[in-house]
Design a protein around this ligand. Structure first.
Ligand code: PEP
Ligand code: MN
Length: 287
C-alpha cells in the first residue's frame, strides 16, 4: 500500500488498513455491515407521522432493507423550515423497529442530545454539516453506539478519515463511512456523487463504506443508477430516502423514492450484488 499517496491519510492510522484484507464489521441487531451482505438503509428524510413512518418501514423491510432511516433532529438551512419531531420522532422510530425488526439510524445534531438519541437508535448518524463538530463526535462516540459518519459536503477523503479517527480514538471502532456527494461547480444536481471516493476508501480504509445517492443527486430519477454504480464501486450498502407520498414530504421530497420506485430499485440491484459477489440485498420473494 506504499507509494506516497497514502501519506496524506497519516493522521488516521487506526482507520487505515494495516493489511489488505483487514476490515471492521459493524454488527447492528444481527446485521453485519461491511461483512459481505449489501445492506440497504431506507426511509423518509424526516419522521413526520406515525402512519408515514410505519407504512414506510413495512414497505422497505418487505423490499429487502435491513435498517430504517428517519430524521427526528433535522439540520435545516432555514430556521422557518420543519426542524423535526425531536423526542416524539425517536419514539416513533423505536415503535417502527418493534413492529418490523428493522434497526434504526437517525441523526444526532447536538452533543448534549447524544445520550438521548442513543437510548432509541441503533446507529447514530453524524450529518454532513456536523462532520467536523469534534465535541459532537466525542459525545456520539462515547455512547458506544455505531456511528454513521457522513462526508462533509466540502470535506476531502483525508478530512473524512480524520473525523473517523476521532471517533475511534474515543474508544468506538464501529464507524460506517458514507459518501453523500460533494459540492462542485456543477449545480444541475444537488451535489456531485464522488464514486471515486468509494473505490478509494474501500482500498485504504478498514471501515465499511456506504453510499447515499439521494442527497448526492437531489432528484429521484437519478437515484437508482447512482445506487447501481455504488454496488459496482464496492460499497457495503446504501442510505436511501423513501416516502409514501414524496410530493407531500416535509423535507427532501424531490429526491425521495416512492414505494414502487424503491421496490424496482431493490429488485434491479440484486443481480449487480450477485455479480460482485456480495450477498443479495433482496429477499427471494421480491427478486
Ligand atoms: C439526511 O440524511 O437527511 C441529511 C440531512 O443528510 P446530509 O447530512 O448528508 O445532508
Ligand atoms: Mn434528507
Amino acid at each position: 500500500m506504499g507509494g506516497g499517496w497514502i501519506e496524506q491519510f497519516a493522521d488516521a492510522p487506526d482507520v487505515l488498513k494495516s493489511a489488505p484484507d483487514q476490515k471492521t464489521v459493524v454488527w447492528v441487531r444481527g446485521v453485519a455491515i461491511g461483512g459481505g451482505e449489501f445492506v440497504t438503509m431506507a426511509g423518509p428524510c424526516s419522521v413526520e407521522t406515525e402512519r408515514q413512518l410505519m407504512e414506510t418501514a413495512e414497505r422497505v423491510a418487505a423490499a429487502g432493507a435491513r435498517v430504517l432511516r428517519g430524521g427526528a433532529f433535522k439540520p435545516r438551512s432555514s430556521p422557518y423550515a420543519f426542524q423535526g419531531l425531536g423526542l416524539e420522532g425517536l419514539k416513533l422510530l423505536a415503535a417502527a423497529r418493534e413492529a418490523t425488526g428493522l434497526a434504526i439510524v437517525t441523526e444526532v445534531m447536538a452533543a448534549a442530545d447524544a445520550p438521548l438519541v442513543a437510548e432509541y437508535a441503533d446507529i447514530l448518524q453524524i450529518g454532513s454539516r456536523s462532520m467536523e463538530n469534534y465535541a459532537l463526535l466525542e459525545a456520539a462516540a462515547k455512547t458506544g453506539r455505531p456511528i454513521l459518519l457522513k462526508r462533509g459536503m466540502v470535506a476531502t477523503v483525508a478530512d473524512l478519515l480524520r473525523s473517523a479517527q476521532c471517533v475511534v480514538s474515543y474508544g468506538n471502532p464501529n464507524v460506517i463511512l458514507c459518501e453523500r456527494g460533494i459540492r462542485t461547480f456543477e449545480t444541475a444536481t444537488r451535489n456531485t456523487f464522488d464514486v471515486t471516493a468509494i473505490v478509494m476508501l474501500k482500498e485504504i480504509a478498514r471501515l465499511p463504506v456506504i453510499a447515499d445517492p439521494s442527497h448526492a443527486a437531489g432528484r429521484r430519477s437519478l437515484v437508482p443508477a447512482l445506487a447501481r454504480s455504488a454496488v459496482a464501486a464496492g460499497a457495503d450498502g446504501l442510505l436511501v430516502e423513501v416516502h409514501p407520498h414524496p410530493d407531500e414530504a416535509w423535507s427532501d421530497g424531490e429526491q425521495s423514492l416512492t414505494f414502487a420506485e424503491f421496490d424496482a430499485m431493490m429488485a434491479e440491484l440484486a443481480p449487480w450484488c450477485e455479480l460482485r459477489g456480495a450477498r443479495s440485498c433482496v429477499p427471494e420473494t421480491v427478486a
